[in-house]
Ligand binder design. Sequence first.
Ligand code: SAM
Length: 356
Amino acid sequence: MAGPNGHPDLEGVDPERGGEALLDQFGRPLHDLRISVTDRCNFRCQYCMPKEIFGPNFAFLPREAILTFEEIARVARIAAGLGVRKFRLTGGEPLLRAELPKLVAMLNEIPDTEIALTTNGTLLASQAEALAAAGLDRVTVSLDSIDDAVFRAMNDMDFPVAIVLEGVEAAAAAGLGPIKLNAVVRRGVNDHTLLELARHFRGTPHIVRFIEFMDVGSTNGWQLDEVVPAAELARLIDGEFPLEPVDPNYEGEVAQRYRYRDGAGEIGFITSVTQPFCGTCTRARLSAEGQLYTCLFATHGSDLRAKLRDGSSDEAIAGLLAGIWRAREDRYSEIRSDATVTLDPRPRVEMSYIGG
Ligand code: SAM
């Protein structure tokens, strides 16, 4: 039977309601769980974890506050019972979390689910094989520029492009390709290097995706004039390498897909600001300390850790999760685009805390 989006695998099954689909206030099923495994990162991108705030005195989460692998796997299993079909490990930088392949192996035991990872790629070369062997299905690597000087300046820790490219190669060799490469575009910062990025990966199976700079968190000094609309970027790339649109892989896919007309591969655009896609958002996010968020732009989450640690049963936690999802009415990005609505002035959760 087709789900509310006409897509069979988007059905969230709610055991609490005798197998009825678990839907939020706008009829969206719970399909994806993004799991942040750490709030720490080895990059200090100005737009995400600026050094002025995330400096030597910043209080990152203490070890005991962070969910154990067993706790994460338990939430994941319960979420799968409510319809989640995809887990994405993120952070912070997820590969900083010790023994991550162990968590992947635990998630891999949950039937009918896939496991993806979003990473900056700097530690991927040494870990790709173990991650693949543990059951990781796919990797997305963040790479904002192929220009070494621009990239070093953007990560603000002087990491070279070469180390990320080695990670991409290792992941491809481990069978984790085709790899998606995500570049956040900021006008005047890296937009002059994006054609070069597209050119670098043309003719490979890897897919570069350009992301509009978003107003996540409260520390990145976001300005609308720094957002390069995806349509502008698509015109620029099309002028050099003619493009044609490709149908989405599934309803609700975040990236708008294009392929080069000469057959040299695929690219994508994530239009989070100019064409928000809240209507098909099926994602929940679990922070490293076990707060559950139903929107990337949320101002507050729900504390699952307390339930995981107070002897609550799986059924009780499933009930809590189902209740949170059923009550969900987030559609921040659509509201942001609607000038008649005043946005919630409370500080929003940081991307480095909640995961991308
Ligand atoms: N450390 C990992 C990485 O670099 O991919 C995972 C976490 S990181 C927060 C996930 C993604 O969020 C990265 O691609 C990053 O560039 C993106 N990101 C962070 N802040 C952003 C913003 N304000 N707008 C758009 N993307 C952002």
